[in-house]
Design a protein around this ligand. Structure first.
Ligand code: NAI
Length: 306
């Protein structure tokens, strides 16, 4: 096994004042990266904030002999994010890695969720992932090197009661990844998603203590290091928790040609429902929207022949 190293790499980790982000930042620094520790330092519901949390992690990195700077901007504050990117370039002259990890919760059943709960969660998770990645994109293109990790969630991939706002934002970042893996390919920019589960203030009290004891954030970070290393994959969703790792994929069934023109009706689709939804025909995950279109036309061609 060769060592995974980040010497001479410059990394930005958002929401790195605590929880998972702190672990990612520390591990990058241990492996040689210079790290921008971003954290607004607010409460779990997104209120308040100061740069103390980020500064404390910078001290931890310095104590390890690493190099880091603190940044207290909100990831969804355009001017603050631009300043973070400018300050990083002024200090170290490049940006190799971004781990977009900052997050908050405003859980409520949908009937009780306010527009404010929806807007703030989309703002921090979705715009707050777009903003630093967008601000650094052309720098990464010019360098012909970039490694980006977005942080999704099982709520986005599969759902969870009381988290419609959070789930939408968390699947949104996967949508962003799916396109950026294509746009970044020719400039050696690779982008992946981590779907973590860890005991942090976000999951406090949600699971029994003996389960939380197994869910150390440190048990997620080794997977994330594999998503930002030089020979990282691109477009992958890595599930990580308690030291176990798996890959999540969005897949489709083979598809069935029902008809065109008079042969096609709601009833004709209903008559083929079992075949349309037959998971035994599930295809390997498509790598682009174009492959999805090809699957549809393959079903049309097969149906017309048959
Ligand atoms: P955490 O609450 O310990 O860490 C989130 C950090 O983001 C905090 O330090 C907070 O101050 C910072 N933050 C919040 N809003 C910010 C903003 N606008 N700008 C900059 N920083 C901001 O929670 P945890 O668990 O470490 O979460 C990290 C990421 O992992 C989040 O995106 C979360 O949604 C995601 N996640 C966590 C899971 C878990 O089991 N802990 C499960 C699935 C996803």
């Amino acid at each position: 096994m060769s060592d995974i190293r980040f010497d001479d790499r410059v990394a930005i980790v958002t929401g790195a004042g605590g929880g998972l982000g702190r672990c990612h930042a520390l591990e990058l620094a241990r492996r040689g990266a210079k790290v921008v520790v971003n954290d607004l330092g607010g409460s779990l519901d997104g209120t308040g904030g100061n740069s103390e949390a980020a500064e404390a992690v910078v001290k931890e990195i310095e104590a390890l002999g690493g190099e880091a700077i603190a940044n207290g901007s909100s990831v969804s504050d355009e001017a603050g994010v631009k300043k973070m990117i400018d300050d990083t370039m002024a200090k170290w002259g490049r940006i190799d890695i971004i781990i977009a990890n900052a997050g908050i919760l405003r859980d409520k059943s949908f009937s009780k969720m306010t527009q404010g709960d929806i807007d703030l969660v989309l703002d921090v998770h979705l715009r707050g992932t777009f903003m630093p990645v967008h601000a650094a994109w052309n720098i990464m293109k010019e360098q012909n090197f970039g490694r980006i990790v977005v942080t999704t969630s099982s709520t986005g991939l599969y759902g969870n009661f009381g988290q419609a706002n959070y789930g939408a934002a968390k699947l949104g970042v996967v949508g962003m990844m799916n396109t950026l893996k294509i746009e970044g390919a020719k400039n050696n920019i690779k982008i992946n998603a981590v779907c973590p589960i860890a005991a942090t203030r976000m999951t406090q009290g949600l699971m029994p203590d003996e389960v939380l004891a197994q869910l150390k954030p440190e048990y997620v970070t080794p997977g994330v290091m594999n998503l930002v290393k030089d020979d990282a994959p691109s477009g992958m969703i890595l599930s990580a928790g308690a030291g176990a790792f798996s890959m999540a994929r969005i897949v489709e069934t083979e598809g069935v040609f029902v008809g065109q023109g008079e042969g096609l009706s709601a009833e004709a689709v209903a008559a083929k429902w079992d075949q349309i939804t037959d998971v035994a025909t599930t295809k390997p995950a498509f790598q682009s929207g174009g492959e999805h279109g090809q699957n549809i036309f393959a079903a049309v061609a097969a149906g017309m022949k048959g």
